[in-house]
Design a protein. Structure first.
Length: 98
């Protein structure tokens, strides 16, 4: 990994990253997100910063580059179930037409 205080450099999203992304965002409504880059940081769990193409369902609809921040807690010893990943922030970085 890396130092506990720093995020790793951005890299392509892999299958494990996608599983965590979809676990955290499955109940979001009003926009769709397609992640393509991710950076991670360890801190009482793992913080993820996903860079996504997003389609925001407004009038008129908007396409944007969005950073979706997600936190996935580490499992505690003796817990029967894993703690669920949660979205901590969504930040629209820029809009584009197309």
């Amino acid at each position: 990994m890396c130092c506990p205080c720093n995020f790793t450099p951005y890299r392509d999203v892999n299958c494990k990253d996608l599983a965590i992304f979809f676990e955290a965002t499955r109940e979001l409504r009003g926009a769709t997100y397609k992640p393509y880059l991710v950076a991670i940081q360890e801190a009482r769990g793992i913080n993820f910063r996903f860079i996504c193409n997003s389609f925001i369902m407004t009038r008129p609809p908007q396409n944007a580059i969005t950073m979706v921040s997600i936190f996935k807690p580490f499992c505690k010893e003796g817990e029967k179930e894993e703690a669920r990943a949660v979205v901590t922030n969504i930040c629209k970085m820029g809009c584009y037409k197309g």
